[in-house]
Each structure stands twice: as structure tokens, then as C-alpha cells.
Ligand binder design. Sequence first.
Ligand SMILES: NC(=O)c1ccc[n+]([C@@H]2O[C@H](COP(=O)([O-])OP(=O)(O)OC[C@H]3O[C@@H](n4cnc5c(N)ncnc54)[C@H](OP(=O)(O)O)[C@@H]3O)[C@@H](O)[C@H]2O)c1
Length: 300
Amino acid sequence: MGATKAYVITGPTSGIGYATALELAKYGTVVLAGRNLQKLNRVQKTIEGKGQKAVSVVCDISDIKSVRNAAQQIIALGLPIVGVLNNAGIMPVKAGKSAQGWDLTFATNHLGAFALTEALSGHLPNGANVVFITSAIEDPERKPAKVMGMRGGRYISAEASARGEWEEGGSKMGGIDAYATSKQCILAAAMFLARENTRLHFNAVEPGITRGTSLGGESTNAAVRFIFDQLMSIIPPFSRYSSTPEKSAKVIAKVLVDETGQTGVYFDEKGRPMQGSDLSRDPAFQSRVVAETRALLEKV
Ligand SMILES: NC(=O)c1ccc[n+]([C@@H]2O[C@H](COP(=O)([O-])OP(=O)(O)OC[C@H]3O[C@@H](n4cnc5c(N)ncnc54)[C@H](OP(=O)(O)O)[C@@H]3O)[C@@H](O)[C@H]2O)c1
């Protein structure tokens, strides 16, 4: 251990990302990539206060130009980056637009994470670990998600997702089709990259129903938040998948510092291999998502 290695993490200012940044700091320098410099500086100070190392880089992951700019800054740091964690994510009820005019949820959770990975990949050493935080609600057959009226990923095409259009028959809950589709796409892309680029290792983690984060926070009232934060950890079928940012951080950091060469694995909240939706495991779907995503990103 020590600061001979470096790890990049997006969204380190809250929830799972914050806990994981603190965990990763035990293994090396942490490059904190987030949209709010003040918040980044606070996390950096916390890490430095423990005698560990961190650097802050401003990056709005929903804005492809900001992502590419941040990637250049990260590369220019000249750090020995052995891990990249694509953690930043949103789940808003109301649809929004990114700087490129694309659906904000799809841009943040899928396009930005994919663009950052593409921009950094060629600069990473052999065997570096790239990890994507996904969500099991991409799977229409996932029991707790089904119980809540979620219908899984609703992908039509990358262009359609960017316009905020989802396959019919989706969830009645606002923002859920966008969220599930974005997470299905990034999971499928992770599995594609693991096949395409054997020089690096690409894995995904479903962190579990993690209470005490800010995800979807702006959309929920106090009663809903109480249910999500407290009751879901004890009521089946949710309790089985319950986690905390600190527990998730341990699982995620373990995948990021792994040196056994595992790639193309999707881990659950306890760090056990799990299966994504049928679609996310379909190589033809994975290839289509990546080809369409690359075509869309070429426009920027
Ligand atoms: N909580 C769960 O139950 C759960 C379950 C499955 C998957 N996940 C996934 O886990 C990841 C972390 O979520 P969380 O629950 O820890 O949520 P959170 O507390 O809301 O943290 C989200 C992080 O993403 C950052 N972020 C959001 N939009 C960004 C943007 N445009 N550019 C840069 N950074 C941005 C936030 O930055 P600010 O501080 O600036 O807002 C924050 O650091 C997400 O990908 C989420 O989808 C969570």
C-alpha cells in the first residue's frame, strides 16, 4: 500500500462515492472528479487530514466537453492511475437536458461515464481496473424493482434515449425508465469493453439498496425518504439487498484494487458475481449500445 498508485473516482462528494473515496485513499492517491469545486475541496481536505493524498478535478459528467477537458487534466497530472470508478449518477423524477441538449439522466449515468472511460483508456497501464456502478433496476425481472412498479431498461436506440424517449410499457414512476435504461446501457457497455479491450479490466457493481445517500433526494418527501432510508432495510424483498455507503465502498474498492485480472464480471452488493438482465448479457445488444453511443459522442 501507499501513494504509489492512483485511483480516479467520479461523484466522490456524496453517498457511495464519498465513502469509496475515503476507502480508496487507503490504497493510493485519489483523483476526485466532480462538478462542485467547493464540495471536492472538502473531501480532499478530509483525506489529506488523515495524511493521505487526493487531487480535485472539476468535471460535469453530464457534459461531454467538460468530461473530455477533465480527462486531459487527469492525464496531465501524470499519476500512476490503476483504477477508474464511474460512480456519479442521478435519478431525478423530472426529465432535464444536458449541455448537449440530451436527456440529463442518460447523459450523466451512461454517456458521460462512457466518454470518460474512452478518454482515459489509452492512457491507463496494462491491467488497470475500470469499474461502473450500475443498478439492478435495469432488469425487468428483478423482484424488488418489480414490486415497486419498475419495468427495467426501455432502450430504443442511443439517439432516442438522448431525446428522452423510452420503449412503451414502462414504469408509471417519473424518471425511472430513464434511470433504468441508462444503467442497462452502461452495464452492457462495461461487458462489451471487457471483450473488446483485454489490456484493461472492466467490471460493474450493483451497490444494493443503499440508504443514507442523496440519490433521488430532491424528489422525495420526508415520509418516502423515511421508508427508503429505514424501512427498506428490514422489509422483504428489499432487506435482502440492503446496504450502506460504507459497506458498498468496501465492495467497490475491493474490485478496484483487485490484481487477479478478473474482467467482465457484474458484482452484487456483497461482492458476489450476479447476472444482469437478459438484454444486458446479450452480446448483440452490448455491441449495438456501444456502436450507437460512439456514433452519438462523435457529434461532440
Ligand atoms: N443509493 C442506492 O440505493 C443506489 C442503488 C443502485 C445504484 N446506485 C448508484 O450509485 C451511484 C452513487 O449514488 P448515491 O446513491 O451515492 O447518490 P448520491 O449521494 O446522490 O451521489 C451521487 C454523486 O454523483 C455526483 N454527480 C451527480 N451528477 C453529476 C454530474 N453531472 N457531474 C459530476 N458529478 C455528478 C454527485 O455530485 P454532487 O455532490 O455535486 O451532487 C454525487 O457526488 C450512482 O451511480 C447511483 O445510480 C445507488
